[in-house]
Design a protein around this ligand. Structure first.
Ligand code: PMP
Length: 415
């Protein structure tokens, strides 16, 4: 993909983008790989793979404390990566961007640090029924410890949040609302602006789980007005094992450390320890330096694309998928959200999702099957799991066609 230039908008061409991703140029089970498991993890462009390789072959060193050239280079690259990420989400300051191991750790950090020091007996945390387990279980654990309550926000059968029910639940005991921007299981794009406004009006903070969102649209945490924003690199063309937590400065400042150790301290003595400033207060131990550098390379890659055209392309893939799905007898889409990102979750009457997934794999088509870490959502629909095809910028209309050719074949074999 050609980088953006000042005068010329880059042309969006999925086939050209695909060429940047070496893993996609292979055959699986004797068939060209059709990778439709992007909600689980995205593939990495060559520039991300190179950034990580170059770091290890030229600059590898520990950061912040070394008095030598490599340590200096590693520190510059690591803190430069933080600035890239901060700019990407329009954070007022780079210090508000805390490295984590991913979305899961980001939510746990907020639950344990903010939750333990702010939730009182009888307080409530609200999460929609469609949340990923990563945005349910940490709150359950901390709520149990604090005698607080985790309360589900009901959803409609469409897979949208029931906003009237949400309003009913918003009382003065609600301290935090945590929700994903995009459901990984259904693709629902949640009305986070509305939720943030209503939660703030009721005096609650809002955490946005953006794991599924950042790869699809530009983000502006200041315009959103949320209090915490968490995401993972691996879902946005970066490496695994690294993610980011963004928070409002005054809230992060007031929060106690989550993990203790090196880097996060100011002064340590057996009489007591004082802590480092943001963001280091939350970054105990040696960080995932190569991960942060790879993450920034992924963001630079994304910044070079025409994001609006990419979003339109993904939308077109989903629309074609919905049209093709209507032609498959017994196929039932799970949820009909008002607005959906490039995720298509479905079941076929009489066919187990895992069997279908296996037969698709044999034809080179990679999808995910199961509960997608959203068991309460599956319980809402009275199902065990779904088959999920999830699209990214490098998928093409041919991929959609391959999916349905493979589904037709699998259905013939299984019925
Ligand atoms: N939230 C959502 C909406 C997700 O899709 C995922 C990953 N499936 C997570 C949280 C957890 O992300 P990670 O495993 O990268 O921590």
């Amino acid at each position: 993909m050609k980088p953006a230039t000042a005068n010329k908008a880059p042309v969006f061409d999925a086939a050209e983008i695909r060429a940047d991703f070496p893993i996609l140029q292979q055959q699986v089970n004797g068939q060209p790989l059709v990778y439709l498991d992007n909600a689980a993890t995205t593939q990495k462009p060559q520039c991300v793979i190179d950034a990580i390789g170059n770091y290890y072959s030229r600059d590898n060193s520990n950061v912040h404390r070394g008095a030598h050239a490599l340590a200096d280079r590693a520190t510059q690259a690591f803190e430069g990566a933080r600035r890239t990420l901060a700019d990407f989400i329009n954070s007022p300051k780079a210090e508000q961007l805390v490295w984590t191991s991913g979305t899961t750790e980001g939510i746990n950090l907020v639950a344990y640090s903010w939750g333990r020091s702010n939730l009182q007996a009888g307080d409530k945390v609200l999460v929609p029924t469609l949340e990923h387990h990563a945005d349910i279980v940490p709150w359950q654990l901390v709520a149990a410890e604090r005698n607080a309550q985790l309360v589900p926000i009901p959803i409609l059968d469409s897979g949208d949040i029931d906003l009237d029910a949400f309003d009913q639940l918003l009382d003065e005991r609600v301290r935090l609302v945590a929700l994903n921007h995009v459901s990984n299981a259904l693709g629902t794009v949640n009305p986070i602006e509305t939720v943030i406004k209503r939660a703030h009006a009721a005096g609650a903070l809002v955490l946005i789980d953006a794991a599924q969102a950042v790869a699809h649209w530009p983000v502006d945490v200041q315009a959103l007005g949320c209090d915490f924003y968490v995401f993972s690199a691996h879902k946005v063309f970066g490496p695994t094992g690294i993610g980011a937590l963004w928070g409002r400065e005054e809230i992060l400042d007031a929060m106690p450390p989550f993990l203790g150790g090196g880097e996060m301290i100011d002064r340590v003595s057996f009489d007591g320890t004082t802590f480092n400033t943001l963001p280091f207060k939350f970054e105990a131990g040696t960080p995932h330096i190569a991960g942060a550098i790879g993450f920034a390379a992924a963001i630079n890659y994304l910044n070079g694309l025409d994001r609006a055209a990419a979003a339109e392309h993904e939308h077109a893939l989903l629309q074609t998928t919905l049209q093709r799905a209507a032609e498959v007898p017994g196929l039932r889409r799970i949820g009909q959200p008002q607005q959906a990102a490039g995720i298509f979750s479905f079941v076929i009457d009489g066919i187990h999702a895992a069997d279908l997934g296996m037969l698709l794999d044999q034809q080179g088509v990679a999808v995910r099957t199961g509960h997608h870490c959203a068991q309460p959502l599956m319980a809402h629909y009275g199902i065990e799991g779904t088959v999920r095809a999830s699209y990214s910028i490098y998928n093409t209309m041919e991929d959609v066609e391959s999916l349905f050719t493979a589904i037709d074949k699998a259905v013939q074999l299984l019925s």
